[in-house]
Design a binder for this molecule. Structure first.
Ligand code: AMP
Length: 450
């Protein structure tokens, strides 16, 4: 059933129509390109987030959280009206007071908006921030490309030096190494400062005008509105024309050239390998000087091989109404990383499973008391309260990858003890069950429950 066919006068009507047409309750599916994350994949992502947070902390980055909704003009001004993102991909709507709002398609413009609004870099002394969160782009969904995707990103403000650019790339390399992403190449380019780009844009425009007839429609329009964005075209014939086009690297002014060559030396000094890629311009208007993209080399990535991207954006803060502030940043998505991080299915057992064998409430009392102790001690512990037989409890202990089963049965309870079974070695030992659970606590202290 297609809900937009319904002239629903109220939300209740939608519910009524969707439920009653076929006479049975229809299942509601998630929105195309917006995926649920469950089970193993969800825990993989959780572990990556922890790893990334650890690295970011060691680089002195502080967390920032901004809303998922922003005023539309933030992205039109920040990312650029001629970018694919703004032109074709944003989720934009009028709210109930007719204000145009947009689900954020990227994280940098909102962070810059927050910087201008709160001057947080001055107040907290933190000019390096990171974020995690969902972004939204109406793209054609495929492997590694979704309409809601989860990015982590960093922004480093107030530092115009190439050392700041180098730091972000060292950070990216450290994060990727820690996550186990191995086979990737850092593509680097400079698109120069505003002065260099002005010069270049004129030349590019002349060249493109000569080849107008062979360009796709979007690119033809962009010759006038924003020629640099023609480089973003995915149309093969347009890319062919671009092979003969002037390159931005030949138009860099002295400052931009020096910035770029210094960055290259710094990266070499830090042992970060990279390749210069004169075709790389990145699809967002706010970049200046340094741009980079991390491309995975595995053929399994297909066309979605951009694992992350970033660069310098010295003019964005002023463009959005703040005082001129140099900045550099990077972002990557978990959807892309999940294609590049090897899935080591480590089923390592850890923690304890509490098995109470029987239906007496005294067994339940003991089980919950023991679980309370374990959780209080920070031990990974669980139980399945619906199981009653020893066999079914052992199955649950296996399913939950528990290392030990703590078995409470009627006989054991009468003897004031429990049995502790090591599910790895099969060894089983009794443990006294005093009212203070002191012996169990001692067992926890000396056992490897991690
Ligand atoms: P961009 O802002 O387009 O440079 O994107 C930065 C990074 O976000 C890319 O390198 C990808 O890792 C990721 N990304 C962008 N768009 C998507 C998407 N539709 N689905 C999944 N990841 C994405």
């Amino acid at each position: 059933m297609v809900v937009h066919d319904i002239q629903a006068s109220s939300l209740n009507d939608i519910v009524f129509f969707t439920m009653s047409k076929s006479g049975k309750v229809e299942k509601i599916q998630s929105i195309r390109g917006m995926n649920d994350l469950v089970g193993r994949e969800a825990s993989r992502w959780g572990a990556w987030e922890q790893t990334i947070r650890r690295v970011l902390k060691s680089f002195h980055y502080q967390e920032i959280r901004t809303p998922v909704l922003e005023k539309t003009e933030l992205f039109v001004r920040g990312v650029g009206g001629e970018s694919d993102i703004v032109h074709k991909e944003m989720y934009t709507f009028l709210d109930r007071s007719e204000e145009s709002l947009t689900l954020r398609p990227e994280g940098t413009a909102p962070v810059v908006r927050a910087l201008i609004q709160h001057h947080f870099h001055l107040e907290s002394g933190g000019n390096r921030v990171f974020y995690f969160g969902p972004m939204f782009r109406y793209e054609r969904p495929q492997k590694g490309r979704t309409r809601q995707f989860t990015q982590f990103g960093i922004e480093f403000f107030d530092d115009p030096t190439p050392m700041a650019d180098a730091e972000t790339l060292i950070l990216v390399q450290t994060v990727f190494n820690e996550l186990g992403v191995m086979d990737y190449t850092i593509h680097l380019n400079s698109i120069g400062d505003a002065e260099s780009r002005e010069l270049y844009t004129k030349e590019l425009k002349n060249y493109l005008n000569k080849h107008q007839g062979d360009l796709d429609e979007d690119s033809r329009r962009r010759i006038e509105t924003n020629p640099l964005r023609v480089w973003d075209s995915k149309i093969e014939s347009t890319q062919e024309i671009l092979t003969g086009a002037p390159k931005i690297s030949d138009f860099l002014n002295k400052e931009s050239r020096e910035h770029e060559s210094r960055l290259q030396s710094l990266l070499k000094a830090a042992g970060v390998s990279f390749e210069m890629n004169p075709k790389l311009v990145r699809g967002l208007d706010y970049y200046s000087k340094t741009v980079y993209e991390i491309q995975g080399n595995s053929p399994a990535l297909g066309s979605q091989n951009a694992l992350g991207g970033g660069g310098r954006y010295d003019d964005l803060v002023a463009l959005l109404g703040g005082k001129p502030t140099p900045a550099v940043g990077f972002a990557s998505s978990f959807e892309r990383l999940s294609l590049a991080i090897p899935d080591r299915d480590e089923k390592r057992r850890s923690g304890a499973y509490v098995a109470f064998v029987g239906e007496e409430t005294s067994l339940q009392d003991e089980a919950i008391r023991i679980l309370g102790l374990l959780w209080g001690l920070g031990v990974r512990a669980t139980a399945d309260y619906t199981k009653k037989s020893f066999k079914s409890h052992l199955k649950s202990a296996d399913r939950t990858s528990s290392r030990y089963a703590l078995i409470i049965g009627g006989d054991e309870l009468a003897k004031k003890e429990i049995q502790i079974k090591d599910l790895e070695s099969g060894e089983q030992v009794p443990c006294p069950l005093s009212s203070s659970l002191r012996e169990l606590e001692e067992w926890v202290q000396k056992s490897d429950l991690s």
